[in-house]
Design a protein around this ligand. Structure first.
Ligand code: ADP
Ligand code: MG
Length: 363
């Protein structure tokens, strides 16, 4: 940072260096041995375990685009780091440390206290300390870079899927997108506009307990770090689901030059909130608007930060054992095929192609 950025206190009489010292430096907090030097000098010094490779990833969160400006700062701190750790998880890497570049409109001590609390709770849970960063005045933007390590040749990449592999998904999908629909719907109602036609069936009928659970998925995603590391040498390809299953599986298909089929019934059942749907137990029927919307949420909804991965069918028992070892549920949702493209099959085996092609508007 240059002195120009400082221009006196950022706000509330709190200067930049005081802000860093008070909310981010954590004097006396022990650092893991892989961090030789943390915050306070021109650079942090990291020492990876001998013979490991670095896995490095950055993600930027911009107010109004990636989160609501008035979101609880504690959950925002959690989410900002979680989405980065999720990238390490998708590579099968173990976290070492992270940097935080923060642009703030002003220095609100209560906001910073809560933000750093959410951030450090997750960082401590994964022994991944904050080792440096930058702080400036500007529109609220959070940019985190995580550093992780992974043994050579064992990183999970997007390019390794082969015809015949199973397609697996961790946890549940679609609920974060449903919560977002609900919250956006509430905002629209508050502004007295009418709701767009395509929103809401499920969102409007969601009981408060279900909305709370879905909102938890949106605001406090769980990076699947243990699963990612447990899948080294077992999975053939992996990605985290940040933009929706179709999109992120699509990256794997493209990088691996293969196609896939997904099972619509299994996919619909990945929506945790389906428990609150009437007719949730029924066989999937694309003509049923609730089923169609549930499938749309699972396939196209983003922000879940689960892992989608492929593994040879021979590794099925190993996948289930790895998942059990880290207490993360996994579901086999489809198969990799040589024929390019992605087909979603209804329970009678016919492809839904026409129907879900129209789901794109949701993205
Ligand atoms: P420089 O001018 O060398 O870039 P700064 O004055 O910006 O350094 O920052 C001083 C120290 O505080 C550095 O070690 C930097 O990594 C750290 N730092 C700055 N902002 C943050 C932040 N938001 N979170 C963590 N560390 C930070
Ligand atoms: Mg410097």
């Amino acid at each position: 940072m240059s002195r120009d950025d400082v221009a006196g206190p950022i706000g509330h009489g709190l200067g930049e260096f005081e802000l860093i010292a008070r909310f981010f430096e954590r004097a006396g907090h022990a650092l893991p041995s892989r961090v030789i030097l943390g915050i306070g000098d021109d650079c942090a010094l990291l020492q990876p375990t001998p013979c490991m490779q670095w896995a490095v990833s950055s993600d930027m969160l911009v107010s109004g685009r990636h989160f609501f400006a008035d979101v609880d700062p504690c959950t925002l701190g959690h989410k900002a780091l979680a989405v980065n750790l999720s990238d390490l998880a998708a590579c099968g890497a173990r976290p070492v440390g992270f940097t935080l570049a923060l642009s703030l409109p002003d220095a609100d001590a209560a906001w910073l206290q809560s933000f750093s609390q959410g951030l450090f709770a997750l960082a401590d849970a994964h022994d991944c300390p904050l080792v440096g960063g930058d702080t400036t005045r500007g529109p609220l933007t959070i940019c985190i870079t995580v550093f992780g390590e992974v043994p050579p040749h064992l990183a999970l990449l997007r390019c390794g899927a082969r015809a015949g592999d199973d397609i697996w998904v961790s946890g549940t999908l679609g609920d974060a997108a449903l919560a977002l629909q609900c919250l956006q719907g509430q905002q629209i109602r508050q502004s007295q506009q009418s709701l767009p036609d395509d929103s809401a069936l499920l969102a409007a009928n969601l009981p408060p307990a279900a909305l709370l659970a879905a909102r938890q998925r949106l605001e406090s995603p769980i990076p699947r770090l243990a699963l990612g590391q447990a899948l080294r040498g077992i999975a053939s390809a992996a990605a985290d689901v940040s933009d929706g299953l179709l999109g992120d599986l699509g990256h794997i298909l493209q990088r691996s030059a293969v196609g896939a089929t997904l099972d619509a019934q299994t996919a619909m059942n990945l929506l945790a909130t389906r428990a609150y749907m009437t007719g949730a137990e029924a066989t999937f029927d694309i003509q049923n608007p609730t089923h169609a919307q549930a499938l749309q949420l699972v396939l196209c909804g983003g922000d879940d930060y689960e892992l989608v991965f492929t593994a040879p069918a021979l590794h099925r028992a190993q996948v289930l054992q790895a998942a059990a070892d880290c207490a993360t549920p996994v579901t086999r949702v489809g198969r990799i095929e040589a024929a390019p493209g992605l087909r979603v099959l209804s329970p009678d085996g016919t492809p839904l192609q026409g129907a879900w092609a129209g789901f794109d508007h949701f993205r």
